[in-house]
Design a protein around this ligand. Sequence first.
Ligand code: AMP
Ligand code: TRP
Length: 325
Amino acid sequence: MSRVLSGIQPSGVLHLGNYLGALRRWVQRQDVDDAYFCIVDLHALTLDIEPEALRSQTLDAAASYLAAGLDPDRAVLFVQSHVPEHTSLSWLLECTASYGELLRMTQFKDKGKGQASVRAGLLTYPVLMAADILVYDAQRVPVGDDQRQHIELARNLAIRFNGRYGETFVVPAADIPDVGARIMDLQQPTKKMSKSTSTPQGLINLTDSPDEIARKVRRAVTDTDNEVRYDTEAKPGISNLLEILASATGAGPDELADRFSDYGSLKGAVAEAVIELLRPVRESYEELSSDPGTVRAALAKGAEKAQSVAGPVLARAQDAVGLLK
Ligand code: AMP
Ligand code: TRP
């Protein structure tokens, strides 16, 4: 059994990209792996977020985890800030990372762009993420493609720390799917589907009704030549729809392209597949939203288990750098 860890920010309702790139794969992992999945609330503080929104979105994200099929008896589900070992380890890793390598993170450059004042936490964010991973001795980190560079940093920090202070951390590896790793915005198919989109019609939320899903897919931006072909450069809109359908059905995007002769029939098939894929998730989410007690109980159990693993790893790292016991 290998140890896997991943996390999602509670920065809004989770979307189809989170589901296909992350959540659905986590669900498949919970029986075969020793799985840890957290809601990274501290990461959400790197951008502007209202305190009440953070609290409610954290609970909503936890409900989405359970609705997607994660089971607190088979995986450790918890909130990052409930396990203070993450932030304690993060400091040791900040003193391992260099300022220059954090400046080079593309997500830092993207998210900081155009802001009058950039929070220091936005720069150190990938170090906290490395701590999230290393504090559990995680071997694999299932994420979407956008996190590749952050996992590479976590690996480098583990290797550097081990070299400097002696074998302390397991060096983790990214686990990125071939299909579904990068679902694009339906309205701007050259940008990844994201909670912070400027075109909400391009975003399919896990809570969207079948009608909303059908409407968003029908209005998805395509090109005008009406030829169904998988070509992410020349035909980003159509390729994204094929990728979504591939991810939902398990067939390959090229093979699917051969089955459709026009955009209308492709969109119809995509809408139907996504509606069926998300139907049980949405129904379960609605039930859990009116039952915060069940969600909180799952999180409390997860935090206890997580801390029992993170505590000894933190102690090992503190000892290695020479903190007095
Ligand atoms: P975030 O919403 O940025 O906290 O991302 C949580 C997880 O979902 C990470 O593993 C991301 O890589 C994954 N993810 C986010 N957006 C997408 C997307 N558009 N396509 C595929 N995976 C995604
Ligand atoms: N940075 C990740 C994202 O935005 C979320 C995250 C934080 C994470 N800590 C993590 C993912 C640890 C995997 C492992 O998607």
